[in-house]
Design a protein. Structure first.
Ligand SMILES: Nc1ncnc2c1ncn2[C@@H]1O[C@H](COP(=O)(O)OP(=O)(O)OP(=O)(O)O)[C@@H](O)[C@H]1O
Length: 270
């Protein structure tokens, strides 16, 4: 199984930057710049400084954002290859995008839902949409697994932060997706959530592709691969063990810091 990004570009209109005396000129912010890379089964930590495009990459890979240009190809199985691009979004029927999203579990960086439903109703709705034949059983299983049962009657929008984050993680796994995308997963999780998340990641590492965008370099130690982003592009991708072998203590944080030092030196001499 692998995901291939081919020359993916994304820029955002930056309305705040449009000068009032030049209304005809549109300003942009760069999300992804000719992003080309491939990740395989296992855990890939997506690292990079603020604004380097980590969230844009995950949102787009989740099918929540349409590329301006380029294509993402998901090689899920021998008979299952799916694509995501501007033309797929424009001419593909709604179900092709929906089918793709069903194969992907996505945990966004903002782990809040504004749903007016109770936690149990909401999970039931998702379980039904995922096609579970016995949605009630699946919901009970997920609530037990993620320590949510005590909050089942609470409105999702009123859940305490830590519980809300556990709910968001649990719903991302409802369809048993072969691709799991986690954006800053440790942010806002409580102690129980962190423990459960680490267990889940360990359990799933051989079952498919896990992408973790994070500034938590301690979490990145669980990764098989590291993908370093800079300015919307892939600056490095490789096995964690090989990349970190070049720094004295073999830690991801040391490798990351050395890469940022190089980046600063490079910029200074440009
Ligand atoms: N919806 C948006 N509208 C305008 N600009 C955006 C939007 N989303 C992202 N950007 C811009 O795209 C660039 C990449 O942002 P992105 O959030 O992907 O980076 P990041 O690496 O995840 O950063 P962080 O570590 O701070 O979360 C930034 O310059 C950001 O301001």
């Amino acid at each position: 199984m692998y995901i291939e990004w081919s020359h993916v570009n994304k820029r955002f209109h930056d309305s705040a930057k449009v000068p009032s005396h030049r209304p005809y000129r549109m300003e942009f912010r760069l999300g992804l710049l000719d992003f080309t890379s491939t990740v395989r089964n296992g855990i890939t930590a997506v690292l990079g400084p603020q604004g380097s495009g980590k969230t844009t990459l995950l949102r787009m890979t989740a099918g929540a954002l349409v590329p301006d240009d380029g294509r993402i190809t998901y090689h899920i199985g021998p008979n299952e290859v799916r694509g995501w691009s501007r033309s797929v979004a424009a001419i593909g029927n709604a179900s092709s995008a929906d089918e793709l999203r069903k194969r992907i579990g996505y945990v966004p960086s903002k782990k809040r839902s504004r749903r007016e439903w109770t936690l149990e109703e909401s999970l039931y709705d998702i379980a039904e949409a995922c096609g579970h034949l016995r949605p009630k059983v699946k919901v009970a299983e997920m609530m037990a697994k993620w320590g949510l049962a005590a909050h089942r009657k609470q409105l999702v929008k009123n859940l305490p932060e830590g519980v809300s984050s556990r709910y968001i993680v649990s719903q991302s796994l409802m369809a048993e997706p072969p691709i799991w995308l986690l954006d800053e997963p440790t942010e806002s999780l409580d102690e129980l959530g962190l423990k459960l998340l680490h267990e889940e990641i360990a359990e799933r590492r051989h079952k498919g592709i896990i992408l973790i965008a994070t500034n938590d370099l301690q979490l990145a130690e669980v990764a098989d691969y590291l993908l370093l982003m800079e300015g919307g592009s892939c600056r490095r991708l490789g096995q964690r063990r090989l990349l970190t072998a070049g720094v004295p203590d073999g830690r991801v944080s040391s490798w990351y810091n050395s890469m940022q030092t190089f980046a600063q030196v490079r910029t200074r001499f440009k």
